[in-house]
Design a protein around this ligand. Structure first.
Ligand SMILES: Cc1cc2nc3c(=O)[nH]c(=O)nc-3n(C[C@H](O)[C@H](O)[C@H](O)COP(=O)(O)OP(=O)(O)OC[C@H]3O[C@@H](n4cnc5c(N)ncnc54)[C@H](O)[C@@H]3O)c2cc1C
Length: 253
C-alpha cells in the first residue's frame, strides 16, 4: 500500500477554465466552437490550418486533440498510433453511510479507484486489469451500462461493507486516448517541421498537464525540452521499437 500525503484531486472543469483564463490574461486568443478540419503543409513544413470557417497561416501547430489527435495528424500525412477507449464512472451519495472516504484510493486488489466528490458523494471508477472497449470518439455509447454499475458497486461494497446502502446518483462516460505503450507522445514530428504532438495521455494526462505544458514550451521556444529530456516520448519511438515498458493501464504484464 502506498500513501501520498500530498495527493488529492481537482475539478477538471474548473481547472480547464483556470488554464483558459490564464492563457487569455497572457494575451492568447481563443476561438471557441471552432473545429480544425485540416492541417496545411507544403509537404515538409506546416503552413497553417483550415478550420470550419477560415484558413489561418502559421508555422507552428501543437496537436493536443486527445482522442481526435490521430485524425488531425492524418490530414498532414502523419500516422499517429492512438486508439480510443470508452471509460465509465459512477457517483454515489454517501452522506448517510458515514460520508465519502477522506482520501483518493487506487485499490489494486479490487481493481477500482474512488475519491470524495464534494463533501457528501463518492466517485468510483474501474481500474486495471479489465477489458477495454475501443470506440470511435464521435459515435460511442455515452450511456453507462447497467451491468457496469452492478459490478462496480459490488466491488466497492466488498471493500467498504458500510456503503451497502449508498445511493447511486449519477454516472458518465469519457474517453482515453491510448498509445501502444500507454505513455504520451510528446514533441516535434520528424519530416514535418512545425508540427508538434502532445497527445495520447492514455488515461493519466490530467495530473501531469502543468509540467507537460512547460516542457512543450521549452521544446518549441528553445528547440528542445531541457528541464527534463522528453526525447524518449517522441513519435519516432514506435518506428524504432523503443516503446516504454514501465507499466500503466493495459501495458502491464
Ligand atoms: C474516466 C476518466 C478518468 C480519468 N482519471 C484521470 C486521473 O485520475 N488522473 C489523470 O491524470 N488523468 C485522468 N484521466 C485522463 C485525463 O482526463 C486525460 O489524459 C486528459 O484530459 C487529456 O487531456 P488532453 O488535453 O490531452 O485531451 P482532451 O481533454 O481530450 O482534450 C482534447 C480537446 O481537443 C478538442 N478537439 C478535438 N478535435 C478537434 C478539432 N478537430 N478541432 C478543434 N478542437 C478539437 C476536443 O474538443 C477537446 O477539447 C481520466 C480520463 C477519464 C476518461
Amino acid at each position: 500500500m502506498a500513501y501520498e500525503p500530498g495527493s488529492g484531486y481537482a475539478d477538471p472543469r474548473r481547472s480547464t477554465y483556470a488554464y483558459v483564463r490564464r492563457f487569455l490574461d497572457l494575451g492568447g486568443e481563443l476561438k471557441e466552437l471552432t473545429e480544425v478540419k485540416n492541417l496545411l503543409t507544403d509537404g515538409q513544413h506546416i503552413t497553417g490550418i483550415e478550420t470550419d470557417g477560415e484558413t489561418i497561416s502559421c508555422e507552428v501547430v501543437v496537436n493536443v486533440a486527445g482522442p481526435w489527435a490521430a485524425r488531425i495528424a492524418a490530414t498532414a500525412g502523419v500516422d499517429v498510433p492512438i486508439q480510443v477507449t470508452r471509460e465509465e464512472e459512477i457517483i454515489c451519495e454517501t452522506s448517510d453511510v458515514g460520508g465519502p472516504p477522506k482520501l483518493c484510493f487506487s485499490d489494486m486488489a479490487k481493481a477500482i479507484y474512488y475519491r470524495p466528490e464534494g463533501t457528501t458523494r463518492t466517485l468510483i471508477g474501474r481500474g486495471f486489469p479489465k477489458d477495454y472497449q475501443y470506440v470511435e470518439p464521435d459515435g460511442y455509447n455515452q450511456e453507462v451500462d447497467a451491468p457496469f454499475i452492478d459490478e462496480i458497486t459490488q466491488r466497492f461494497r466488498a471493500r467498504w461493507p458500510s456503503f451497502t446502502s449508498a445511493l447511486f446518483i449519477n454516472s458518465y462516460t469519457g474517453l482515453y486516448d491510448v498509445t501502444p505503450d500507454w505513455h504520451p507522445i510528446l514533441g516535434r514530428v520528424d519530416n514535418m517541421s512545425g508540427l508538434y504532438l502532445c497527445a495520447g495521455f492514455s488515461g493519466h494526462g490530467f495530473k501531469i498537464a502543468p509540467s507537460i505544458g512547460e516542457l512543450m514550451t521549452e521544446e518549441i521556444v528553445d528547440g528542445a525540452a531541457h528541464s527534463i529530456d522528453i526525447s524518449r516520448f517522441n513519435l519516432r519511438r514506435f518506428e524504432q521499437g523503443a516503446l516504454f515498458t514501465a507499466a500503466y493501464g493495459a501495458n502491464r504484464a
